[in-house]
Design a protein around this ligand. Structure first.
Ligand code: SF4
Length: 137
């Protein structure tokens, strides 16, 4: 199968979101397969199908629910969900696109890398020379 080509990122997002919304049956298999669910407090005890419907809501610009918001925020792109999907949806992309929507609309906070960068720089200082630190950090 030849992968579709898109004019730009916005076109890819729109086309892939529409494809996913048409194909996903909200069976919940991706949720059941996801290794990150154990680390999402709001998803504990949540029904798989309901949580996927929450993700689909986010994908359409809605609010989703707490479990869905927590899941999209926690996704580490393990890709374990992809072979679990019986509809060839690519749930990892579904979560990614839903997360973009949720961050852009303020439903979940945007990623703030400032705290992480401080830690990255602290580790980098352990291995960088004085000159490298001056140039790169
Ligand atoms: S993305 Fe696939 S596995 Fe996940 S709920 Fe939709 S159809 Fe099921």
């Amino acid at each position: 199968m030849v992968a579709p080509r898109y004019a730009d990122w916005a076109a890819l997002r729109a086309a892939e979101s529409a494809r996913i919304l048409a194909a996903c049956s909200a069976c919940g298999a991706c949720f059941e397969a996801c290794p990150m669910i154990a680390y999402v407090p709001d998803a504990q005890g949540a029904a798989a199908s309901d949580t996927v419907r929450g993700v689909l809501s986010l994908l359409q610009g809605g609010q989703g629910d707490a479990a869905a918001r927590g899941w999209v925020a926690a996704c580490t792109r393990s890709a374990v969900c992809i072979p679990a999907c019986p509809e060839a949806v690519d749930p990892m992309l579904m979560l990614r696109l839903a997360k973009f929507n949720a961050q852009e609309s303020g439903v979940i906070p945007p990623r703030d890398a400032r705290d992480a960068m401080a830690r990255v720089k602290a580790f980098a200082r352990l291995g960088f020379t004085e000159a490298e630190q001056k140039d790169w950090l």
